[in-house]
Design a protein around this ligand. Sequence first.
Ligand SMILES: O=C(O)[C@H](O)CO
Length: 357
Amino acid sequence: MWCSRVSLRRLQRIAVAPLNASSPVISMQRASSTLPRVYVTRKIPPEGLRILSESGQVQYELWDSDDPVPRQELLRRVRGVDGLVCVLTEKIDGELLDAAGPNLRVLSTMSVGYDHLSLEELKKRGIRVGYTPDVLTDAVAELTVALLLTTSRRLIEATHEAKTGGWGTWRTMWLCGYELANSTVGILGLGRIGVAIAERLKPFKVQKFIYTDVAPRPELARTIQAEYVSMEELAKQSDFLAVCCALTPETQGICNRKLFSQMKNTAVFINTSRGGVVNQEDLYEALSSGQIAAAGLDVTTPEPLPTSHPLFTLKNCVILPHVASASYSTRNAMSALAANNLLTGLRGEPMPKELKL
Ligand SMILES: O=C(O)[C@H](O)CO
């Protein structure tokens, strides 16, 4: 539905924090209005919806659900829109952009990752793109540390044993794992998130941080005293290897048999970036054969990972359902940034966070 007073009241009802009653609420315009039309592909968190609603700058239609809009519905709904707000499950490709047509000027994704966007197609059409870096760095780094500790200290196995009668007497080597103190932590793809992870791990007495990337990143590396190494050295030296790179054609499947075979058999592998950077068959082999000690994954291919997937059978593999940025404050900040990117973009102004195409 195109948002009107009625639907705005509905939005207020779903808000976690109520809208400020004293602030004037600008009513959304009906479809007949001349305001730019925007399609929002998902029920985004309340802060972003509030910004859109109160802007008085756009009329928008929202797929008012936690589940993705079906593709055919999406293709139908985007027809003629000026702006589009999406999340990472929507494939924004030539077909979709053709369906939207020439009015589409701004795409705003509520994600830092943009592997779901065809940048070439967007660039070709002169469509500006907003995304949401920075605001999720803390939440993702926090979750990565939590996942690393959960995996390396075998917390899921431990709670399972405690609950299901496996907890006998105190045993000297039972449920032993690997500790961060005196370890080498490797970061594959050093950016804001990699630095934030390292900053959080440092107080655990990590001995050394190493990283690899397409080229050295001395300024970022200096903040965490990380040493630039080759991919091979990263694999060989890391006790903990955290994947923080974006998914691109170059990084697709980069964590494969070769990498795992170079790693220590005591090493713990952690991925909170994108599932596509990992060859999951090779990871399964490495985990089940004892080539590496354990893996913690927040991202997989596909998502959701089918419950019948072999990785779920492994005790040394902890799998989370892509929740690294899932804190109330971060998801609200992401939606607010996505809304502000869209509104500034439509006004022809610099966006708070614009992707350079
Ligand atoms: O790209 C992103 O934003 C994350 O994967 C989800 O928050």
